[in-house]
Design a binder for this molecule. Structure first.
Ligand SMILES: [Zn+2]
Length: 263
C-alpha cells in the first residue's frame, strides 16, 4: 500500500509530460514543467542582462521581435511567450535561454543581407526552445533530484539554483551536434512556414563557412560550439529538398534599412 502511494505521483508527472523534443514529432519525457522552465529562464536572463547590454534602439528591437514572433507563431510549442532581443556587441552569435528568451548579437546581424537569414537564426533558436534542449541536459544531470522533489513536493525547490548556474554555462558551451542539427531542421521548417525562403539558412551557413577559414575573434564561440558549416549546409539542404519553399522571398529591402541603423 505504501509503495503504491509513493509511486503514483511520479507516474502522473511522467505521463502528462511526454512532449515534443525534436523535429518530425520526436517525443520524449520531460519532467521539468513549463512553469519551472520559465523560472529558471528568468534567472538566466538576469545573468545575461547584467553582463551584456541590450541594444538601445526601439526600431531595431521591434523589427527583430516582429520577425521572431512570426516564427514563434508557426512553431510546435505554444505554452510559452517568446521574446527576441538584440544585444549591443559585435560578437557573432545568438542563443536561447529556457522559457523562450532569445538573444541575437548585433555583430551577427551585421553579417547578414536579408530577413530570411535573420529568420534562419531566430528559427534555429526557437527550435532549441521547442525541443527543450537545455531541459533535457538538466534532467540528465539532475534527474534523480528533480524527480524526488517533484514527487515529494510537486514543485522544484533547492535544486533550482544549481540548475540556473548549470544552464548559464550550457548556453555558452552549446548543446552538441545532434541538438544543433535538430535545431537547424526546425529552423528551416519554421522559416518556410513563416513565409521566408528556407535557403536563407544555407546563405547564412555559407558565410559561416567563409569565416571558419579565417575566423574573426568575435566568431570564436559560435565556431567552437557548432558543427562545421559544410555539414550543416548538407543537412539543411536535405530538409529543404523535402519541404520545398525555395520560391519564397528573402525580404531584403527592409532588412537593409534596419542594418543601416546598426553601428
Ligand atoms: Zn544552436
Amino acid at each position: 500500500m505504501k509503495k503504491i502511494y509513493l509511486i503514483a505521483p511520479i507516474l502522473v508527472v511522467l505521463i502528462i509530460s511526454c512532449v515534443t523534443i525534436g523535429p518530425g514529432g520526436k517525443k520524449g519525457i520531460i519532467f521539468i514543467g513549463t512553469e519551472d522552465e520559465i523560472t529558471i529562464g528568468k534567472e538566466v536572463v538576469k545573468d545575461v542582462e547584467s553582463q551584456e547590454t541590450v541594444l538601445n534602439n526601439t526600431t531595431v528591437q521591434n523589427y527583430v521581435d516582429n520577425v521572431g514572433q512570426k516564427l514563434a507563431n508557426v512553431c510546435d510549442r505554444k505554452d510559452l511567450k517568446y521574446t527576441f532581443k538584440v544585444l549591443d556587441s559585435d560578437e557573432i552569435n545568438a542563443f536561447a535561454c529556457p522559457g523562450g528568451f532569445i538573444y541575437i548579437y548585433k555583430g551577427l546581424m551585421k553579417e547578414m543581407d536579408n530577413e530570411a537569414q535573420l529568420a534562419a537564426v531566430l528559427g534555429h533558436e526557437v527550435g532549441h526552445i521547442v525541443a527543450r534542449h537545455s531541459m533535457q541536459r538538466l534532467q540528465a544531470v539532475y534527474g534523480y533530484q528533480i524527480l524526488m522533489e517533484v514527487a515529494l513536493g510537486g514543485k522544484l525547490g533547492k535544486t533550482a539554483q544549481a540548475m540556473v548556474d548549470a544552464t548559464a554555462g550550457m548556453i555558452l558551451l552549446g548543446y552538441g551536434r545532434e541538438n544543433e542539427y535538430d535545431a537547424d531542421e526546425m529552423g528551416v521548417l519554421y522559416e518556410k512556414k513563416a513565409g521566408y525562403n528556407p535557403k536563407g539558412m544555407i546563405q547564412l551557413f555559407g558565410k559561416f563557412k567563409q569565416m571558419e577559414g579565417n575566423p574573426p575573434s568575435t566568431f570564436e564561440k559560435l565556431f567552437s560550439t557548432h558543427p562545421p558549416a559544410q555539414d550543416r549546409i548538407g543537412n539543411a539542404n536535405i530538409v529543404i529538398d523535402r519541404i520545398g519553399g525555395t520560391n519564397l522571398p528573402y525580404y531584403e529591402s527592409e532588412f537593409t534599412a534596419i542594418k543601416a541603423l546598426l553601428q
